[in-house]
Ligand binder design. Structure first.
Ligand SMILES: O=C([C@H](O)CO)[C@H](O)[C@H](O)COP(=O)(O)O
Length: 210
């Protein structure tokens, strides 16, 4: 099981400061959608250049033009790129094909997918690398989480790795770990902590204990 740090509400210098603090405790650093909107793919490039040993995920939440957008994120140095599960199969297929050419990976974000079980099976058959259940900020504000959806994808997904994101904190991490996803994604649970390093270290320890 791996730990991904999601950076959403920061600019590039702030992102670098946070990564410096927690780099030994994480496997993947995510350049969040708001950061890409504010700073562009330059944010991906600068973080990859400064932390080459970390995998960098570009959270583009691609909805169309999968191949082209994966190509641009790959050029910027992203190792993993996100595509939305609600997008057309041709978009996901285009993203996967381009990722294979570029030796990159595709994560499908299942945010707002209504029938998680049947769509996860379809997406798994498109050859993606990760399928991620996700309660976004707006769902979190309504008190939702994705713990049940994680159990669903664990049951039906046969090839892709499974991931979960959305409002995960130190207190809720043990429940997530008990469902055994391949990847746990944490944003505010680390970036909003007083001592980010201590929280990231504790999370890594819990994950290692499995
Ligand atoms: O993808 C995300 C969200 O849609 C904003 O872009 C977050 O990175 C994801 O939800 C993880 O962050 P937290 O919910 O703060 O853990």
């Amino acid at each position: 099981m791996e730990l991904q740090l999601a950076l959403d509400l920061v600019n590039i210098p702030e992102a670098k400061e946070v990564v410096k603090e927690v780099a030994p405790y994480i496997d993947i650093v995510e350049i969040g959608t708001p950061v890409v909107i504010n700073e562009g793919l330059r944010a991906v490039k600068e973080i990859k250049d400064e932390f080459p040993s970390l995998k960098v995920l570009a959270d583009l939440k691609i909805m169309d033009a999968g191949g082209y957008e994966v190509m641009k994120a790959s050029e910027a140095g992203a190792d993993i790129i996100t595509v939305l599960g609600v997008s057309d199969d041709s978009t996901i297929k285009g993203a996967v094909d381009e990722a294979r050419k570029q030796n990159k990976k595709i994560m499908v974000d299942m945010i707002n997918v209504k029938d998680i079980a049947s769509r996860a099976v379809e997406i798994d058959n498109l050859g993606v690398d990760y399928i991620c259940v996700h309660s976004g900020y707006d769902h979190q504000a309504d008190g939702k989480n994705s713990f049940e959806d994680l159990a669903t994808i664990k049951r039906v997904v046969k090839q892709a790795k499974t991931a979960i994101a959305g409002g995960i904190k130190l207190q809720t991490l043990p429940e997530v770990i008990s469902a055994q996803p391949d990847l746990v994604i944490v944003g505010g649970g680390i970036t909003g902590a007083g001592d980010k390093q201590a929280v990231a270290a504790q999370m890594q320890q819990l994950i290692k204990q499995g």
